[in-house]
Design a protein around this ligand. Structure first.
Ligand SMILES: C[S@@+](CC[C@H](N)C(=O)[O-])C[C@H]1O[C@@H](n2cnc3c(N)ncnc32)[C@H](O)[C@@H]1O
Length: 455
């Protein structure tokens, strides 16, 4: 569109034009860039990293060094841009989700649901950090970002901008099942998942590994029909204390089998359609029992029954269909699910180490291990600048242990006082506030305890 020259327009025409522009539909993301203290501070003072020798944990001086940075990640990312520009292979972050429930601190205040700049503040916060983070990635680098419904739409739109990662570098948005049972506190639907956004710095150079799965083994244990995979499930004859006919009289009726194609059917008058069709009754050791399925269900789902011919005649079984996670593939599926990804596993792991609750919602270790397994090689350098309890670091150590790798990590987290730390401070006002912040009390201690445990 040709540029307009507004110089000679009069005030009324300009106002009309502005009104028109305001009415125009906009495509993309618009937010108010809210100034942030730590960012402003960086404009006049250069942040520096200070080594704390007394906190060094040395296990093997020949092994590569890992780094835990305590402080605001804007400062840390600014410094890392001097030391590690273009050197990071994989970034994983699990930022505050901006739930409005005391999870996101902006300029030293929690951002609540009523804050009309709630999303603008979050976007200002994450956009500044993502820009710095992107320049730390190698050309082959990949970023994984955990997020939930509060900011997924904004984050995706932000990352799709070419000045961030760009839609050409979008790899996947993985619904990540972390609570298969479902969270019943949510309105209308029981929440089961979060998301993981995956972007490449340059998708033409990036690589995602396969899982180590023996697909032939999986395929050989499942058969396939028009509906999908199945295997032989339970016998349709009921067992147990409620199985006898007198307890479930409605579930005692004949099921017929067509000898030619081994299909099953039931009839209203309990008589077979053809004279030579097989009649089956739920009788076990001469005792009249019942079927597991009603006549109605058999009428609706005859295709979900398997007929097996054996030496004593015929038996019928339910077709067992695969559940979520039963059919893994080498190429990771976009629906990310394993029972080990349950968020309860993250909490249980931390409780096992600390013997008490020290942190809300740590990520399950296996989830982060799988992200790293799919995106790193044995020498990768991994960064998590929203490290929280340090799961990404522990996942890196565990992967190295499993494949004798030399991956290294850089973690950064602030020493924010979480709910648990605040309670501790209230109970014991004489303790040093710094000692009960997340970085000291949770992240650093977790490494110390884990390393001692593994010695
Ligand atoms: C959701 S938690 C991450 C949990 C982590 N994935 C785990 O498994 O434990 C987000 C973390 O980011 C940290 N954080 C938030 N804003 C930060 C900032 N500006 N600088 C450094 N860390 C920050 C918080 O302290 C919090 O621990």
């Amino acid at each position: 569109m040709a540029k307009r020259d507004y110089k000679n327009w009069d005030k009324n025409d300009l106002i009309k034009e502005i009104e028109q522009l305001r009415k125009r539909k906009k495509y993309g993301l618009v937010w108010e860039d809210k100034p942030e203290n730590v960012v402003e501070q960086c404009k006049t003072e250069l942040p520096v990293l200070e080594e704390v020798k007394s906190k060094e944990i040395i296990t093997d001086p020949d092994k590569p060094m890992n780094l835990l940075i305590e402080g605001d990640n804007y400062h840390a990312l600014s410094v890392l841009n001097y030391t590690h520009k273009g050197k990071i292979d994989v970034i994983y972050i699990d930022p505050p989700y901006n739930t409005g429930n005391k999870d996101f601190v902006y300029n030293d205040h929690y951002v609540d649901k009523e804050d009309s700049f709630r999303h603008s503040k979050w976007l200002s916060f994450i956009s500044k950090r993502l820009k710095l983070a992107k320049s730390l990635l190698k050309r082959t680098g990949i970023i994984f970002i955990s997020i939930d419904d509060n900011e997924i739409a904004n984050l995706k739109a932000l990352c799709d901008y070419s000045s961030f990662f760009g839609e050409n570098n979008f790899i996947a948005c993985l619904p990540t099942i972390m609570n298969l049972k479902g969270n019943n506190d949510q309105f209308g639907f029981a929440g089961t998942h979060e998301y993981t956004l995956v972007y490449a710095k340059d998708k033409t150079k990036a690589k995602i590994n396969n899982f180590n799965i023996d697909e032939e083994d999986i395929n050989s244990s499942w058969e396939i029909d028009d509906i999908g995979y199945f295997k032989k499930g339970a016998n349709l004859k009921a067992t147990g204390t409620n199985a006898p006919r007198y307890k479930r009289p409605n579930l005692f009726f004949p099921i017929f089998i067509n000898k030619k194609d081994l299909t099953v059917y039931v009839t209203e008058d309990n008589k077979p359609i053809r004279k030579d069709d097989i009649t089956l009754l739920p009788i076990t050791n001469n005792e009249e029992m019942s079927w597991r399925w009603s006549k109605d269900k058999i009428k609706k789902e005859p295709f979900n029954i398997i007929v097996v011919k054996n030496k004593d005649g015929y038996s019928i079984y339910k077709k067992q269909r695969p559940q979520l996670g039963d059919l893994p593939t080498k190429k990771p599926k976009t629906l990310f699910y394993k029972p080990e990804y349950s968020s309860g596993n993250g909490t249980a792991e931390l409780k096992r180490i600390f013997k008490e609750k020290v942190f809300d919602n740590p990520k399950p270790l296996q989830l982060i291990k799988d992200f790293l397994f799919l995106s790193t090689n044995k020498n990768s350098l991994i960064l998590d600048f929203m490290a929280g309890s340090g799961t990404t670091g522990i996942a890196t150590l565990e992967l190295n242990k499993e494949d004798n790798g030399s991956r290294r990590f850089i973690l950064c987290t602030n020493n924010e006082l979480n709910g648990v730390g605040a309670k501790l401070l209230e109970e014991k006002p004489n303790i040093n506030k710094d000692d009960v912040g997340i970085c000291n009390r949770v992240t650093y201690s977790r490494f110390k305890k884990t390393i001692i445990e593994n010695k």
